[in-house]
Design a protein around this ligand. Sequence first.
Ligand SMILES: Cc1ncc(COP(=O)(O)O)c(C=O)c1O
Length: 423
Amino acid sequence: MSEKRLPIAEQKLNELLKKIDTPFYIYDADAIKENATRLYDAFSWAPGFTDFFAVKALPNIHILSFLSSLGFGADASSLPELLLSKDAGISSDRIVFTSNDTDAKEFYEAIRMGVILNLDDESHIDRVLETGLPFPKTICFRYNPGPERTGNAIIGNPVEAKYGVTKDQIIGCYERAAKLGATNFGLHTMVASNELDESYIVETARMVFSLVKKIRDEAKVRISFVDLGGGVGIPYRPEDEAIDFYSLSSRIHELYDQMIVKEDLHPLRITFEMGRAITGPYGYLVSRVRHVCHKYKDFVGLDASMADLMRPALYGAYHHITVLGKENKPKDHVYDVTGSLCENNDKFAIDRSLPKIDRGDVFVIHDAGAHSHSMGFNYNAKLRHAEYMILNKRIYKIRRDETYSDYISTMLPDMEEIDGIRL
Ligand SMILES: Cc1ncc(COP(=O)(O)O)c(C=O)c1O
């Protein structure tokens, strides 16, 4: 069971609501720090342990620089995410570029920035060569085990996935990279998303450790770090159990002793690129009820929409909802909780049992600290909303609301003709 707490005491939240408009996101950095301390403590045995925080989960510069101060690096999936990580003060050697479908231009910038390249495809070696820059000394490959693993509903079955180098390709990739001058090698995989089964993650470590040996034996390349990916789940539903970092770590430690130390592959740096398990439970979307209406079903319409939080519409994901001040009322009404988009999938919950809802009620939507604000979009010209952060028991604004001027700023005031084309 996981307790669904409010980010701050109810009375303080009501005070805050008098000062700022809904909807907004709020992240509890004090709780993120406690969680991070548990993670780093649990893995203190592991050489050079680092979580390269998946920037896509919560790409706010203040959050990234706060995480950096706690020992996190960054996992960036695009050039703007790389730039954001650098601007957040994260040093290049703590940034991994885990991209896919990447062109030489992006690799050029990434190499110039000195970050770690994690190549998603064997042909990316050629894309790197096309940059005309010296081949990087440090290189990592993303491994896709194919039928060896099952994946899950969000990440998909590895056989169907567009990501990673296959079992048949992986040895050749390291051999080629070594010939091109690489001397420091990493091995990455990501075969789960929101995985709450500890054993599945342990099995990923087993698979990766065994591949480290195979690469040493067959490609004659020594892997110096492994990145076990992200995908560690969080308990979105109150009945879900959180992953216990200590238990996970001790099982990986056991494997490390058996498969790495005994095989003379020690020291091997252990890294992850978790996002959700670091910040997910500590973010909240706070929204107000605009109307309650009855059609063929009962609907509660919020001032937020799926443009703020798309996970329920995209994945059918469950996000727990607390109705402020009504926590102890019987949940004896059933509603679809919707947003204001002109799109019928714009629902935060379907057939959710809630207390009787009235116009003006405040909904706190839980577990919105990862892949939430960042997945926002501008359909229906919806503007993105502000983000706040609780730090040392104070509340800071870390992103303002988007304005109409922001929205229109990329549209040119005058049309620009493309020269030389006449149809
Ligand atoms: C390559 C990669 N790494 C890390 C992550 C982070 O996953 P999570 O936030 O679930 O840990 C993702 C998520 O999409 C990903 O695609």
